[in-house]
Ligand binder design. Structure first.
Ligand code: GDP
Length: 202
């Protein structure tokens, strides 16, 4: 799929003023600084559609973008943000969990994980939450241009090993870089192939 149009619709701090759930939706989520905004911008072929980490307060918002006038891309708040209190962090994660559980048009959650960092408790817990609730998700390893193949394979192996202890089958995994653009095509193909599920539902 080619992204022809991408426009910002609304930012929310709660689940109250969300766009109507009348189109397929895909959420992007991950720890702060994972490279979420950069990847979203790359997917949409735009420089500043999603605001990067340097924008104050941006991590607190749920942002909806309408792509090709036919599906929503949702930028969820970054979890595990170092500069906020533990309590606030728990609130963000709570909001994210509520969102992915309640949003009826959500077809898939792309969970972004920094390929340079060893498995983190908060990521593993979030993946487990999604699995238990049967919310479909895809793991997207980010910034693969920043780490050599040997190191990243070590991290990927560790993740797979941990996930296999809990799950019989692994979720889809995509390796990405907002710098080289790797993974973008796979993400868009995944979305293109998943969109018809929504049509079949209504
Ligand atoms: P967010 O907080 O998850 O939205 O992360 P950002 O997109 O703001 O990225 C955080 C930092 O990582 C910024 O300095 C980006 O330039 C950098 N970054 C993001 N994605 C990549 C990537 O794929 N490769 C490299 N080398 N740097 C990246």
């Amino acid at each position: 799929m080619e992204v022809k149009t991408a426009r910002f619709i609304i930012s929310n701090t709660s689940l109250k003023k969300l766009p109507e759930a009348n189109l397929p939706e895909y959420a992007f989520v991950g720890r702060s600084n994972v490279g979420k905004s950069s990847l979203i911008n790359r997917i949409c072929n735009r420089k500043n559609l999603a605001k990067t980490s340097s924008t104050p307060g941006k991590t607190r918002l749920i942002n909806h973008f309408l792509i090709n006038e036919s599906w929503y891309l949702t930028d969820l708040p970054g979890y595990g943000y170092a500069k906020v209190s533990k309590r606030e962090r728990a609130t963000f994660l709570g909001m994210i969990c509520d969102y992915v559980e309640q949003r009826t048009n959500l077809l898939n959650v792309f969970v972004l994980i920094d390929s340079r960092i060893k498995p983190q408790q908060i990521d593993l817990e979030f993946l487990e939450f999604l699995g238990i609730r049967r919310i479909p998700f895809t793991i997207v390893f980010t910034k693969i241009d920043k780490i050599n193949q040997k190191e990243r394979n070590k991290n990927f192996k560790m993740y797979k090993h941990i996930l296999k202890q809990t799950w019989q089958t692994l979720p889809p995994i995509i390796y990405s870089s907002a710098v080289s653009g790797r993974g973008v095509k796979e993400i868009l193909t995944f979305i293109e192939e998943t969109n018809p599920i929504f049509k079949a539902r209504i």
